[in-house]
Every structure is written in structure tokens, then in C-alpha cells.
Design a protein around this ligand. Structure first.
Ligand code: THU
Length: 138
């Protein structure tokens, strides 16, 4: 797995973000088990609640393309043209990840504009004791 390439693609994907309200442009690059990479950006809305995060847009593109198994996602959050701090996925996106990914799914939070530095987490680091279908099936 080329983590550096994923991080760079996440930075690039943020360029397409539609974020006129927050000014926070997020890009995500998701590596499926097939080897294909799906990107996403955040898309905001004047009515606010329809806003969708970069991570979910990447996941939903991949799922629409028939993917069901995933290895890693890189996430880059850009404010005023710069990545100054890490962007970790929101709670809703973590729950979407838990629907399709195992506990050792990797999340890379990009730390610089070049995409050469990132923090690395597993999904279980970010969403311990997660709720899933196991909680209500026998
Ligand atoms: N956002 C993402 O796209 N991903 C995250 O991980 C955190 C938040 C977006 C949603 C909204 O458009 C903007 O960032 C500010 O919350």
C-alpha cells in the first residue's frame, strides 16, 4: 500500500471541495481492497444539514462502483490554502466506516500541504465499542 500516494491524492481531492460556508476544504482518498482508489471532497449547502463530508463522498462513490472491502483512507483538511492541523473523520463518517470496514482499517490524517506527513490511526482507535449489526442480530 502506497500511503504517501494516498495522502497526496487526498490533498489534491480537497481542491474540488465546495465549502463556501466553512471555508474548510476537505479531501479524502480511499483505497479499496480491489486496489482502486476513490476520492471525495466535502460538499456544503446553504441549508447546512445536507452537507456531506469528503470521507462519506469517497465511500459512497466506491460503494456505488460495487466495492465492499476497504483498506485505508487518507484525509486532508485545508483552511486558507494550508493544512495546519490534522483532520480526523467526524462521528457520522466513523459510523459509515464501521459499516464496511474492520477494526484495523487505517485512517491517515495528513499534516502538510505536500502530503508527505500524516498521523495514522486504526478505526478501532477512532471508534471503540462501535455499534453494528452484531448488536441486534442473533
Ligand atoms: N468535514 C469533512 O469533510 N470531513 C471531516 O472529517 C470533518 C468535517 C467538512 C464538513 C464541512 O463541510 C466542513 O468540513 C466543516 O465542518
Amino acid at each position: 500500500m502506497d500511503k504517501n500516494m494516498l495522502a497526496k491524492l487526498a490533498v489534491k481531492a480537497a481542491e474540488n471541495a465546495y465549502a463556501p460556508y466553512s471555508g474548510f476544504k476537505v479531501g479524502a482518498a480511499l483505497l479499496a481492497a480491489s486496489g482502486k482508489i476513490y476520492t471525495g471532497c466535502n460538499i456544503e449547502n446553504a441549508s447546512f444539514s445536507p452537507t456531506v463530508c469528503a470521507e462519506r463522498n469517497a465511500f459512497f462513490s466506491a460503494i456505488n462502483a460495487g466495492e465492499r472491502n476497504f483498506e485505508c483512507i487518507a484525509v486532508a483538511g485545508v483552511k486558507n490554502g494550508n493544512i495546519s492541523g490534522i483532520c480526523t473523520p467526524c462521528g457520522v463518517c466513523r459510523q459509515v466506516m464501521a459499516e464496511f470496514c474492520s477494526e484495523n482499517f487505517l485512517v491517515l490524517s495528513v499534516k502538510n500541504n505536500e502530503g508527505t506527513e500524516f498521523e495514522e490511526y486504526t478505526l478501532s482507535d477512532l471508534l471503540p465499542f462501535s455499534f453494528g449489526s452484531d448488536n441486534f442480530t442473533e
